[in-house]
Design a protein around this ligand. Structure first.
Ligand code: CP
Length: 332
């Protein structure tokens, strides 16, 4: 693995290897070995052209816990506001010696452009590009599903370390969601059965080609599919207004048809869990009761994101891809 640009970059063995490595990383953190020496002397640049709380902090924490030097770049307050291009920004950061560039950008495909361009010699990690991909979010979601629903649950129809047999409903603004696109791909690779649930206006053109079933009726899916996990998506109002489109259905209709509330939560299987990538619109796609319920693993997703991003940086920068099965080591 030279870069991580898309969930589609990972085959089953590679995805399982990242998740296993994240498990090893989490184990070192649980043993209070807060800092591993693995990436000492390496530099990770966080290049964020679009706002972020979880992903940016998580990559910074992950890199520091691996002893890397971290340069944080945010487009706000930088020379980007004077018109500096992605190319010149990347060349400037490369001059400071980036071994890895973690990039979030509002334009779909920006991480691919950077990886192909030669503007950086480092590994490129996609931290979210437009409505396209957010592969480390999908990995941390899969890691969270695995922790809760595989093995420990005692389910015998879920096999091994992948997610075969698991039923996952992804609900909401699929149209604008890079989280949905990445999760559909990765969950399919890992063997889960995905159902997308959205109002017709928030379903992308071409969804028939995705490896997922599509429904317009959340209550039917909850009753009939009985998903093991429900992943609520943020309604991305900022992308709707920038596209000049309105928000249809109205917020009230949306909440009635597609919001997760206590009634829908009670209709789900007892073992089912609730995920949300954050940030949440409480009261719109998820009620406070559902978000704060013991079945919601939303805060845990954030913690798991650090372990997963440690694994990704370690595998990209230490030359320990799936073909090198050694662990990260714990000698601090
Ligand atoms: N899940 C996610 O990408 O959150 P941020 O936008 O806060 O990074």
């Amino acid at each position: 693995m030279r870069h991580l640009l898309s969930a589609a970059d990972l085959d089953l063995a590679e995805a399982v290897h990242v998740l296993d490595t994240a498990g090893q990383m989490a184990a070192t953190q649980a043993r209070e070995i807060k800092k591993l020496p693995t990436l000492r002397g390496r530099t990770v640049v966080n290049l964020f052209f679009e706002d972020s709380t979880r992903t940016r902090i998580s990559f910074e924490t992950a890199a520091k816990r691996l002893s890397a030097d971290v340069i944080n770049f945010s487009a706000k307050g930088s020379s980007v506001s004077k018109g500096e291009s992605l190319k010149d920004t990347a060349l400037t950061l490369q001059a400071m010696g980036a071994d890895a560039v973690v990039i979030r950008h509002q334009s779909s495909g920006a991480p691919h452009t950077l990886a192909r361009s030669g503007w950086t010699h480092g590994a490129v990690v996609n931290a979210g590009d437009g409505t396209h991909q957010h592969p480390t979010q999908a990995l941390l979601d899969a890691y969270t599903l695995r922790r809760h629903l595989v093995g420990a649950s005692g389910r015998d129809d879920v096999t091994g370390r992948d997610l075969a047999g698991l039923k996952v409903a992804i609900v909401g603004d699929v149209l604008h969601s890079r989280v949905a696109r990445s999760n559909v791909q990765l969950l399919h690779t890992l063997g889960a059965q995905v159902t997308l649930v959205a109002p017709p206006t928030l379903v992308p053109v071409g969804v028939e080609a995705w490896p997922a079933r599509v429904s317009y009726h959340l209550d039917e899916v909850v009753e009939e599919v009985q998903p093991d996990a429900i992943m609520m998506l943020r309604v991305q109002r900022e992308r709707m207004s920038s596209a000049g489109g309105g928000f249809f259905p109205s917020p009230l209709e949306y909440t009635r048809g597609y919001g997760l509330d206590a009634r829908r939560l009670a209709a789900m299987p007892e073992h089912a869990i609730v995920l949300h990538p954050g940030p949440m619109n409480r009261g719109l796609e998820i009620s406070a009761e559902a978000a704060d319920s013991p079945r919601a693993v939303i805060v845990e997703q954030v913690a798991n994101g650090v372990a997963v991003r440690m694994a990704v940086l370690y595998l990209l920068l230490s030359g320990s891809g799936p073909e090198h099965r050694g662990g990260p080591g714990t000698s601090a």
